[in-house]
Write a protein that binds this ligand. Sequence first.
Ligand code: NAP
Length: 281
Amino acid sequence: MLKVWINGAGGQLGQALNDVIDHMEFEIFNSDVNELDITNVDDVLSFGKINRPDIIINCAGFTDVDACEKDPKTAYRVNALGARNLSIVAGQIGAKMVQLSTDDVFDGKSDSPYKEFDFATPCSVYGKSKLAGENYVKEFTSKHFIIRSNWVYGKRANFVRDFIKLSQTQKLISIASDQYGSPTSANELAKFILYIIETNEYGTYHATCTGSCSRYAFAKEIARLTNNDVHIEAAPSAEAHLTSIRPAYAVLDNFILSIDDVYTFPDWKDALATYVKEMED
Ligand SMILES: NC(=O)c1ccc[n+]([C@@H]2O[C@H](COP(=O)([O-])OP(=O)(O)OC[C@H]3O[C@@H](n4cnc5c(N)ncnc54)[C@H](OP(=O)(O)O)[C@@H]3O)[C@@H](O)[C@H]2O)c1
């Protein structure tokens, strides 16, 4: 039975992995900051050497983009050094290492989807700290998967839930029409991770649901699926609700997956419909 250590197990993706993984096929070690702080190198090394997982999945992160700007030291401590610590132990025990990363490693100034080979020039502290984490993973492990995703929604606060909550108190909501991305279901991302970890096809992957939209179109689709008649107005980011410093054009091209034709994500609208239905059930 393969042993998998999921860090950040209480987060959106950590929970989704636990929901979709076959618990008969894998032995799971879950940890989050209360059990094991990934910034503590001694604790990370000790846990890894005692439990000897075959695969380490790093879903842990300081993911609040605005908070990262205010507290860059914590951002780098968690997103860069935390990834480094897990990579060190992965390298020492020969485990495969899965590092979650983000479209925020790009500056968002492109007008076409970013491929894995495009040069990363992050603008935000969050993006810079995540890129530093990627670089540590490359430095300390050879058996790694770096998985960049975008606009992920799962079982914790995210754009879908925040929009629905806001619509309960506001009659008019302004949503950014100048930010583009690919809404991606945490469950779909988790399914992809479970597929890729069984291969030896190491490297960097862009992994998002298919298709893209503006935040405004995303909100309109959430409202349609939830039969919510709140009035939604298209606005520039600076005047919109539910925005933070994000790349304007955050669309990732799942290029490596497409050239090998090995894995196809569902369309973002289909995945969102499944998510909304599960939320309502
Ligand atoms: N959400 C997105 O839109 C998105 C998009 C692209 C990539 N990603 C990446 O995907 C990964 C998972 O995202 P997510 O949405 O699941 O994030 P999330 O919901 O914020 O979960 C992150 C988890 O990490 C925990 N954590 C924070 N500091 C830690 C530490 N020092 N040691 C151990 N655990 C710690 C958090 O605990 P607390 O909640 O107690 O702080 C939380 O449970 C992250 O690497 C993120 O950068 C996310």
